[in-house]
Design a protein around this ligand. Structure first.
Ligand code: GLY
Length: 382
């Protein structure tokens, strides 16, 4: 059994590294989000919309893949691609309104990773600017980090909106506190995580996607289905963000409640993994149509592997077995390792009512991250 596992990890790592090495050359000047006709698109092409283009929340993940590959191979070309992306993203700092809470997803896998890997002080400054922007989104009456700015045209307001995804942005704040020896960033992150525990996590271990608070009093107003099927449903990528996010808050703070919550969400997630190991877009979606979300599977798998490192050996085995089930299912059913396609993981959903059966760069990122964790990498990016 152990031998078979080791063989699968080794084969999958090799296939992945070969594919990423190939695509890193093809896409070295791009910031990919997805594929169009099997070719990476490029979010660094100037866009008319300030929410899109360079400000797009996913713009850190291709750089993140390059950071992982640099750590793995020490080949300079990978860190040079990361730096090219960092330089492009510098433009975002002068477009304050275009940014959002996803600055963690944008700068942790790029600038902060560069700083952690090479000590690059320009990158460290980029990371600290991004952390200050994230901290500036904190609402102290409701103890939450505001997700997005108001949509345009201004027919509604997001002032009181917080979302589960933010739990994987706040490691940027933990990092900033560790770097500056200033507790403010960490305290904001913990207050937000405490709010998420209280208002997002349901008694059965599932999590809500969006919760709206009164931005003047902090009172909870209501929740929204967000990218899930319906109010009260269970958007799987949201479950994965919650699971992984609480593990990260535990690692950075050692607060037991965060570990307990991560386990609670993990148990819920594991109990919903179907026989074939393939994850749907929403655990409570109707039987038809069958929409999958491979990104949820990859994020959850990487989160479960991180969780397994925080537990005693019995729990650790449960989490690792579940992670392996998810990753093997992706490898055997939904991965394209050929050179006909720039993307790797092929069957993602942007949202239940969004695009389906597409490649998403963060699914590729978390799949690579999870496989490298199984291989035993010691690089810590979040
Ligand atoms: N963070 C946005 C999403 O997961 O789609």
């Amino acid at each position: 059994m152990e031998e078979k596992k080791a063989e699968w990890i080794s084969k999958t790592t090799e296939k992945l590294k070969e594919k990423v090495a190939w695509v890193s050359t093809r896409s070295q000047n791009k910031i990919p989000y997805t594929t169009v006709n099997k070719v990476h698109d490029d979010k660094s092409i100037p866009s008319a919309s300030q929410d899109d283009g360079l400000n797009w929340w996913c713009n850190g993940f291709f750089g993140g893949m390059m950071s992982l590959m640099y750590h793995e191979t020490k080949e300079e070309r990978y860190i040079n691609i990361v730096r090219g992306i960092e330089e492009k993203l510098d433009t975002c700092f002068s477009n304050f309104y275009g940014l959002h809470h996803d600055v963690g997803f944008m700068w942790l896998p790029t600038a902060v990773a560069d700083y952690r890997l090479t000590g690059n002080l320009v990158s460290k400054t980029r990371g600290l600017h991004a952390a200050s922007l994230l901290a500036g989104r904190f609402n102290p009456v409701g103890n939450f980090i505001r997700a997005w700015n108001d949509p345009k045209p201004k027919d509604s307001s997001n002032k009181g909106w917080a979302i589960i995804d933010c739990l994987l942005n706040i490691p940027l704040l933990y990092w900033a506190s560790e770097e500056t020896n200033d507790p403010r960033f960490r305290q904001i992150a913990m207050l937000h995580a405490d709010t998420a525990r209280k208002y997002f996590v349901r008694p059965d271990g599932s999590v809500r996607h969006i919760v709206e608070f009164n931005p003047e009093t902090g009172e909870m107003i209501k929740d929204y289905a967000g990218q899930g099927y319906a109010l009260g449903s269970s958007w799987t990528r949201g479950q994965a963000w919650g699971l992984y996010g609480f593990v990260m808050s535990y690692i950075h703070t050692k607060k037991q409640e965060y570990l307990d919550t991560a386990k609670q969400i993990a148990h819920y997630f594991i109990s919903n993994i179907p026989e074939d190991g393939l994850i749907l877009a929403d655990f409570r979606q109707p039987k038809e149509p069958v929409w999958y979300d491979d990104s949820a599977a990859a994020i959850a798998a990487s989160g479960l592997l991180e969780l397994s490192k925080q537990c005693n050996s019995v729990d650790a085995e449960i989490y690792e077995i579940a992670a392996l089930k998810l990753l093997i299912a992706l490898d055997q059913n939904h991965c394209d390792y050929t050179k006909d396609n720039d993307g790797i993981v092929q069957n993602c959903s942007v949202a239940y009512y969004g695009e389906h059966e597409i490649n998403l760069i963060y699914a590729d990122y978390f799949f690579l991250e999870a496989i490298l964790k199984l291989k035993g990498t010691d690089f810590f990016l979040w």
